[in-house]
Design a protein around this ligand. Sequence first.
Ligand code: CMP
Length: 134
Amino acid sequence: MIEQSLFLIKPNAVMQGHVGQIISMLEDHGFSILKMKLFRFDEELARIFYAEHIGKDFFPRLQSFMCSGNTVALLLERESAIQHLRELNGDVSPEKRKPGTIRALYGNGITENGVHSSDSLASAKRETKVIFGV
Ligand code: CMP
């Protein structure tokens, strides 16, 4: 099934100059870019985007990291996009990341993990509305 996913290139990867390499990897894996923008999270937008994580011990660190610099957001499309992106991203935990995944290449730890993609079609819809307004 052709699916859409919201994808973020997070502040650590933007600051370290990896936007072009990450977008090349996405294009090499057959993703079409439907929308793209560069912006900076503020605390309120981070609370809305990561609402399911409010109250978890790592939330303050996540919120402050996401507000620490620019983020690039993309709306991506391809067959089985949700699952394919999660494999291409690699695991949240650094020790479980497979070599060659985006987080293995450009992640700097569990919070500063370089990229985000939606974990379900419902999340993709919600996150796309939060970031792109449609
Ligand atoms: P992401 O895919 O954007 O979804 C939630 C984010 O929270 C995750 O990537 C990490 O940046 C962060 N995160 C998840 N689990 C932890 C954790 N145990 N400790 C610190 N940060 C976490």
